[in-house]
Write a protein that binds this ligand. Structure first.
Ligand code: UTP
Length: 286
């Protein structure tokens, strides 16, 4: 079974970035000069994904516009001879029909957002990418996970070790190490306080899920924060099928968090020779 479809839940409120996210979707905040959602879509396309499914909500139309042609802008850039800019704005537009939009009418939680894509995904395994988790890696993390899925044919979630004091910010695994970067999941719990956390192995925003997850999300059980959590549905799924945690290769930036977002900007900017020559001496002088 090939992983052809990726779901991008982008309907959250982004409260941690208010007031910036009052009128601008969090996923449109730029790291250097590219919105977070563009990094995520490029990762999916570079991993062989054929259909991008956005679960959007109110005040998110900028995302649709970003991935569409803007004939007036393109015409102006063309007339001004700004060839590089023209390439930048046109290469973000995937082939017509590649992008599909569905809407989460209320931000009831990540699990609920994924459930909103059920009719578009249908009866096949699929990927989920959270754009706030920006991961810098040689091989796209989703491609790494698809390779593991093809070996095991079971759901796989990206995981990493976090500071033990931070377990209440993540879905946390109880798991058994199998080597080769994989762990067999024995249990999952959403945002446990450090004293209740079975480990410090945290779920990061990349998932490959089998379609049975939709039946479990259908129960619309509320969990941590009164939200319908994907972690709770996966915990139920564990009773029926195996789930693996995958320690990805790469550096993850938590761009849903203000400090993490600034770190991502610095790290990505330092990779650009035109910016590095001015930014590095500035940072050293601080
Ligand atoms: P977050 O947990 O970061 O929530 O969601 P958020 O609302 O975007 O941000 P804060 O915490 O208020 O600052 C992780 C991803 O899941 C999506 C978000 O858009 C984000 O990409 N999401 C979350 C939904 O699509 N719907 C929801 O109901 C919740």
């Amino acid at each position: 079974m090939k992983i052809r479809k990726a779901v991008f839940p982008v309907a959250g409120l982004g409260t941690r970035f208010l007031p910036a996210t009052k009128a601008v979707p969090k996923e449109m905040l730029p790291v250097v000069d590219k919105p977070l959602i563009q990094y995520a879509v490029e990762e999916a396309l570079d991993s062989g994904i054929e259909q991008i499914i956005f679960v959007t909500g109110k005040r998110k139309t900028a995302i649709e516009d970003h991935f569409d042609n803007d004939v007036e802008l393109e015409d102006t850039l063309n007339k001004k001879g700004k060839k590089d800019c023209l390439l930048d704005v046109t290469r973000v537009v995937p082939d017509p029909g590649t992008l599909i939009y569905t809407r989460q009418n209320q931000p009831l939680g990540l699990g609920h957002a994924i459930w909103c894509a059920r009719h578009v995904v249908g009866d096949e395994p699929f990927a989920v990418i959270l754009a706030d988790d920006l991961i810098k890696s040689n091989t796209p993390v989703l491609a790494q996970m698809i390779a593991k899925f093809e070996e095991n044919m079971s759901s796989i979630i990206a995981v990493m070790e976090v500071a033990p004091a931070d377990t209440d910010k993540y879905g946390i695994l109880d798991s058994e190490d199998m080597g080769n970067r994989l762990s067999r999941v024995l249990g999952l719990i959403e945002k446990p306080t450090p004293d209740k956390a079975p480990s410090n192995l945290a779920i990061i925003g990349r998932y490959i899920l089998t379609p049975e997850i939709f039946r479990l999300l259908d129960m619309k059980k509320k969990g941590a924060g009164g939200e319908i959590q994907i972690t709770d549905a996966m915990a139920m799924m564990l009773k029926e099928q195996s789930i693996y945690g995958y320690r990805f290769e790469g550096h993850r930036f938590d761009c849903g968090d203000k400090a993490g977002f600034q770190m991502a900007n610095i790290a990505y900017a330092l990779e650009r020779p035109d910016i590095k020559s001015r930014l590095k001496p500035f940072l050293e002088g601080l």
